[in-house]
Ligand binder design. Structure first.
Ligand SMILES: [Zn+2]
Length: 125
């Protein structure tokens, strides 16, 4: 039997006994219980979101220019490092041919023709 079921049973007993103050206190208790249940659901949802973000963060690998998602022996990507670091969003980079990848969200072009550790992304703007 749930807490709300028990509150309802007690409420009916108090109603028969004519105890208005206790009925009011129990109604307040019921409302507080509902509010706590809503908060609990919101916290559970928040925990789930944070766990998903943490899992992604643990799988992310930065190669000096772009992010990749590692899952065992497979690697997905590349993803825009600007969008991830600024907005916490993983945006797939599109192959723009001729050695360039383009972010469809922020329009940055990544030049993958060059090697090295320096950032080689640039914007058309
Ligand atoms: Zn981007």
């Amino acid at each position: 039997m749930s807490t709300l079921d028990n509150i309802q049973i007690i409420y009916e007993v108090l109603k028969k006994a004519g105890n208005i103050d206790a009925q009011k206190a129990l109604t307040d208790l019921k409302e507080q219980n509902l509010k706590l249940r809503e908060e609990n659901l919101a916290f559970k949802e928040q925990i789930k979101e944070l766990e998903e973000k943490l899992k992604i963060k643990e799988q992310l690998e930065f190669d000096g220019r772009m992010y990749w998602l590692k899952n065992g022996d497979t690697k997905e990507g590349p993803y825009c490092h600007l969008c991830y670091e600024r907005d916490n969003k993983l945006i797939h980079l599109l192959d723009a041919s001729d050695g360039f990848y383009k972010c469809s969200a922020c329009d940055v072009l990544y030049d993958i023709r060059k090697t090295g550790d320096t950032f080689q992304g640039f914007s058309l703007e």
